[in-house]
Ligand binder design. Structure first.
Ligand SMILES: [Mn+2]
Length: 242
């Protein structure tokens, strides 16, 4: 670089650099003042809200991996096609990445596999949520699917409960026994320690009623597991524990 007439520009550059440095310091100080005390923990918990559970019994072998902060990517192979279809609803509308594989005694019927997928999914949800710090905790949604309209309200309360108000008019959807919908949600609620209320507001077609339920459940859960920035990393309970 030429040195001609460099005195002024160099000084200006130095001044500019000092100004930039001062600005940076100011910015840093402002950021520090605005920082949530445990924001680092919050970021860490966001990055690790995943869980993998393998559960093996004499009846079934189920593996569930999930990421609560996913993008709705789903792989579901439970041996029960209609249940796979419903698990896709949870993932897609809950924005939860799900990888579920199950083998089981389907030669008897779908009962054990259906229930054990629910149990393992519930356990994975509980594990991924950890101590439930910072979550919104409550979630609700009313999902329409054509003539069907289903309301789900839930609370990651730590107290398992299911109120189930579906009246599904047929015994089967395809080869799936519609009684198993209740069994699935019992298993999820018990093992994730969730309070879960399901109300059918309208509906005629069994497939629509069940699918609207899973969609409403997915959206309600998405709301409940979101991190509440005003909650920071506090446990959302007046008791201090969930
Ligand atoms: Mn469908």
């Amino acid at each position: 670089m030429g040195m001609v007439g460099n005195a002024h520009p160099t000084n200006q550059t130095t001044n500019n650099q000092q100004q930039t440095t001062n600005n940076k310091q100011q910015t840093t100080m402002q950021t520090k003042e605005l920082q949530v005390p445990n924001s680092l923990n919050l970021e860490q918990s966001l990055l690790t809200r995943t869980a993998s559970i393998q559960r093996t019994t004499k009846e079934t072998d189920v593996r569930v991996s999930l990421n609560l902060d996913g993008g709705g990517h789903c792989s579901a192979a439970t041996g029960i096609p209609f249940l796979d279809h419903m698990l896709h609803q949870i993932s897609s509308h809950g924005l939860i990445d799900l990888d579920i594989k199950a083998t089981g005694d389907l030669e008897i019927d779908d009962h054990h596999s259906n229930e054990d997928v629910g149990i393992t999914l519930g356990q994975a949800l509980a594990k991924a949520l950890g101590d439930r710090k910072g979550i919104v905790r409550f979630g609700h949604f009313i999902a329409p699917l054509d003539e069907a309209l289903v309301q789900v309200s839930l609370d990651f309360s730590g107290r398992p409960h299911l109120s189930y108000g579906l009246e599904i008019p047929t015994q089967r959807v395809g080869s799936y026994d519609t009684q198993l919908v209740r069994e699935f949600f019992v298993a999820v609620a018990n093992n994730s320690k969730m309070t879960l209320h399901i109300r059918q507001l309208d509906g005629i077609n069994s497939h629509h009623i069940i699918e609207a339920t899973f969609k409403a459940f997915a959206r309600a859960m998405r709301m409940a597991v979101e991190i509440d920035p005003r909650r920071a990393s506090a446990i959302p309970s007046s008791k201090g524990v969930l």
